[in-house]
Design a protein around this ligand. Structure first.
Ligand SMILES: [Zn+2]
Ligand SMILES: [Zn+2]
Length: 255
């Protein structure tokens, strides 16, 4: 991770989240922006008490991040004092710099933060599915934008509470072609590199990942498995026996 001296933008230097110093667990090989990003909307509710803005309730923004909005000084002080906004403020400021595809290093930092939290859950599952189905990869889909995933709190930039989760599915290339690409043909844009990775990874040491966010940000990479392949296999079998649907739902806000 080398984001200390990179990336100045019109919003100033990119500020770090506490998780930014976590070791990177994934080597990313390809990125793609499908450009589904929605235009930013101004907040209409107080980040402190949740009151809706109106004729009589005017919101003013946090001077540091220019995102969080408050109906009163009390709400702002309270939100800062309880630690909510103190932690989240830098991540809101960073979220404003996410203007795909021109901020690849910010995207990389966010992906690394996410995977620093998720690695132990995915690997045993991947190992088991690989043993069961043959070579393949983990397809991770998030119902959230990269911007929402980047926040160090579960309130989006409008102040709305969000739930962030990732749906994880182990797929073979055959399943990718016949099932996934048929519904989402743009995924075929990464197929060449995906095939190269699926054909080449060391199944006792690595797992191939394809991550897609709702905003259209896609990343293809390879993660190191936790060291003991046999333990992973056993955990995967235990998990899968209780969850035969073949997909795994991780709720990041509960981790
Ligand atoms: Zn308020
Ligand atoms: Zn702020």
């Amino acid at each position: 991770m080398t984001s200390n001296n990179q990336s100045s933008s019109s919003n100033g230097p990119v500020l770090q989240n506490p998780l930014s110093n976590a070791p990177s667990t994934v080597e990313w090989m390809q990125h793609l922006e499908l450009g589904y990003a929605e235009p930013p909307r101004p907040p209409t509710i107080c980040f402190g008490c949740g009151k809706q803005s109106s004729e009589t309730i005017k919101l003013s923004r946090c001077g540091k991040c220019s995102v969080a909005a408050y109906c009163s000084r009390d709400c702002q002080v309270q939100d800062w004092k309880t630690g909510n906004h103190k932690l989240a403020c830098p991540s809101y400021r960073r979220a404003l710099t996410i203007r795909s595809p021109y901020c690849e290093d910010v995207h990389a930092t966010i992906r690394n933060e996410l995977f620093a939290r998720a690695r132990f859950y995915a690997c045993p599952y991947a190992v088991f599915r690989t043993t069961d189905l043959g070579r393949g990869f983990l397809f991770l889909q998030s119902d959230q934008t990269l911007q929402n995933m980047s926040l160090y709190t579960c309130k989006d930039i409008t102040g709305r509470t969000i739930t962030r989760s990732v749906l994880i599915h182990f797929l073979t290339l055959g399943e990718f072609d016949s099932e996934v690409c048929k519904e989402d043909f743009e995924l075929a844009l990464v197929r060449t590199k995906l095939k190269e990775l699926v054909d080449g990874y060391d199944k006792e040491k690595e797992v191939v990942l394809l991550f897609k966010f709702r905003c259209g940000h896609m990343s293809l990479g390879k993660a190191m498995l936790v060291p003991d392949y046999k333990i992973c296999k056993k955990l995967g079998q235990d998990y899968y026996a209780e969850n035969p649907t073949g997909a795994l739902q991780l709720n990041l806000d509960e981790m």
